[in-house]
Design a protein around this ligand. Structure first.
Ligand SMILES: [Cu+2]
Length: 142
């Protein structure tokens, strides 16, 4: 192989590696287009798993009731915001939704656009001492 040809192949290889690397790093970025909050109800408590939540991004709160008791996930954070609630294969859509009731061992997904920063409290209306909160930061994408 001539020296020039070897150099050409070197460039092709470098380009392929660069593209591969880009694809690897871009993958997780794309999958973050919907930010997920996981809320598990267990022993009459809300256990929340959330990363950094950004304003204006499509968000989904996945609520699961692990108890043998019926609970409710309610919050004023959806007030006036178009919200979609998916439960038992049925999707409800509206602006005045306040939350969702969950039978034992059931789950639901609440989809909306996070648009107000700050702490957002949620609670169970059946058991008023059950409360939890989400922290919404107004940071821009880094
Ligand atoms: Cu409850």
């Amino acid at each position: 192989m001539s020296r020039q040809k070897a150099q050409q192949w070197g460039w092709v290889l470098m380009l392929a590696v660069t593209c591969g690397f880009w694809w690897e790093t871009a993958g997780p970025v794309f999958s973050q287009s919907e930010q997920v909050v996981e809320v598990t109800i267990k022993d009459f408590k809300f256990v929340t798993k959330q990363g950094t939540l950004r304003l204006g991004f499509p968000s989904v709160i996945k609520v699961r009731n692990e108890d043998a008791e019926r609970h409710d996930f309610g919050s004023t954070m959806f007030e006036g915001i178009p919200t979609q609630i998916e439960k038992d294969g049925v999707i409800v859509y509206g602006r005045g939704l306040s939350g969702v009731f969950l039978d034992p061992k059931r789950d639901a997904a609440i989809r909306f656009n996070m648009s107000r920063p700050g702490r957002h409290e949620f609670r169970c209306s059946i058991h008023p001492n059950m409360t939890g909160e989400l922290l919404l930061l107004s940071v821009e994408a880094v």
